[in-house]
Design a binder for this molecule. Structure first.
Ligand code: NAP
Ligand code: MG
Length: 400
């Protein structure tokens, strides 16, 4: 059998621990036998980030701008304990944060659905994709404690001169105060990323904020989304038979619970933080949640939503066979290969990626899976069999 050829390379970002092990196996067992894989390789493993003083992360992000499509393995975000464990020169920043800063994108998280693994919310038959705004609000806030008798103001200045002043509160007892901000440029980029993703995946868009209470701040989000939708997207949405719905965030939550899923749920930064954990948990396992970073100028980076699965890696180092779920990492590869195929007009490549996804789903539906899925699996007539990661990958390859 001749292998599928690629015209343009993928930007390949290798990572850490158990996911680095899975990475190599997925390539060897599921991709390289079928595809003449072309990648521009960047080793974002913590050792190499340290050796290059994290320049490799910046170079990888720049390469995404050049080639348009990347696939990323989970990486360690170092803390004090990791500095000691790896003898690091510095507590390097989160690679995802660095990449997101350079590409300026929105993160979309989607569950991977399989028959036999029912979400905790029984009505959710289709995936709910969450788009979380990744800039501003409480994540870039300034806060203070205030004592009795003090007054807090919101003051706006230009060139050092005070332009406006509003009283926040005159405290007659101790309290707290917080200043948050956002910028139009980021909200606009967020809106366009969401509408583009919705068109591409044929999903309606639901966006909730609290404009009734936050008449200026949240209202700005509502207005910007609405202006961009009307000016640039309404006709294309109508052609694609999808729609845009804005509603209050509390109403959005209630509607999502009652829904069958199948929408892009657009969330402000904090709402997205909270709701993505809820949605991920409700669909079953972290190992079944994929993640894509989409930049406003059309660059794509695909990864698993979970981390490097440290506990499993330590067992792996002890020589034990682990049953770590590779599905979300497989989806990172299939997402990137599909997009590469689409951009390059390479139908064979996109088709291969879809077959790999189908083979993975079918393998699980036939009862072969990793340990995390066993307690969730309830397909009638099928007794689930727990496999270690490598045997599971080999089982998928057989199907493929
Ligand atoms: P994690 O790696 O996602 O793992 C948390 C726990 O979830 C695991 O211990 C495991 O539970 C379960 N789990 C996650 N993925 C699984 C999979 N594929 N198969 C089976 N079980 C899975 O999160 P963490 O332990 O908080 O973080 C570990 C490292 O990952 C940290 O250094 C962190 O900085 C990094 N991280 C990276 C990213 C990224 O690159 N995008 C994201 C998050 C975290 P059991 O142990 O109970 O089996
Ligand atoms: Mg969270």
């Amino acid at each position: 059998m001749s292998k599928i050829k690629m015209q343009m390379p993928l930007v390949e970002m290798d990572g850490d621990e158990m996911t680095r092990v899975l990475w190599r196996w997925i390539k060897q067992i599921l991709i390289e036998p079928f595809v003449e894989l072309k990648t521009e390789y960047y080793d974002l493993g913590l050792k190499n980030r340290d050796a290059t003083c994290d320049k490799v992360t910046v170079a990888a992000a720049e390469a995404v701008k050049k080639y348009g499509v990347a696939v990323k393995c989970a990486t360690i975000t170092p803390n004090a304990q990791r500095v000691e464990e790896y003898g690091l020169k510095e507590t390097w920043k989160s690679p995802n944060g660095t990449i997101r800063k350079i590409l300026d994108g929105t993160v979309f998280r989607a569950p991977i659905l399989v028959n036999g693994i029912t979400p905790y919310v029984p009505g959710w038959e289709k995936p709910i994709v969450i788009a979380r705004h990744a800039y501003g609000d409480i994540y870039n806030a300034v806060e203070d404690r205030v004592e009795s008798g003090e007054t807090a103001y919101l003051i706006v200045c230009k060139d050092g001169k005070e332009l406006r002043r509003k009283q926040i509160h005159a405290f007659d007892g101790a309290g707290v105060v917080q200043g948050v901000h956002n910028v139009e440029k980021s909200i606009k980029a967020f809106a366009r990323s969401c509408f583009n993703y919705a068109l591409e995946n044929k999903l309606p868009v639901w966006f909730g904020a609290k404009d009734t209470i936050s008449k200026t701040y949240d209202h700005a989000f509502k207005d910007i989304f609405s202006e961009i939708y009307e000016a640039e997207y309404r006709l294309r949405f109508e052609d694609a038979a999808i729609y845009y719905l804005y509603t209050l965030i509390d109403d959005a939550v209630a509607r999502v619970m009652r829904s069958q899923g199948g929408m892009l749920w657009v969330c402000k930064n904090y709402d997205g933080d909270v709701m993505s954990d809820m949605v991920a948990t409700a669909y079953g396992s972290l190992g079944m949640m994929s993640s894509a970073l989409v930049s406003p100028d059309g660059n794509y980076e695909y990864e698993a939503a979970h981390g490097t699965v440290t506990r499993h890696y330590y067992n792996h180092l002890k020589g034990e066979q682990t049953s770590t779920n590779p599905v979300a990492t497989i989806w990172a590869w299939t997402g990137a290969l599909k997009k590469r195929g689409e951009l390059d007009g390479n139908a064979a490549l996109s088709d291969f990626a879809k077959r790999l996804e189908r083979a993975t789903v079918t393998t699980i539906e036939n009862g072969y899976m990793t340990g995390d899925l066993i307690p969730l699996f309830n397909l009638e007539g099928v007794t689930p069999v727990k496999l270690n990661s490598k045997d599971f990958l080999n089982k998928i390859a057989e199907k493929l």
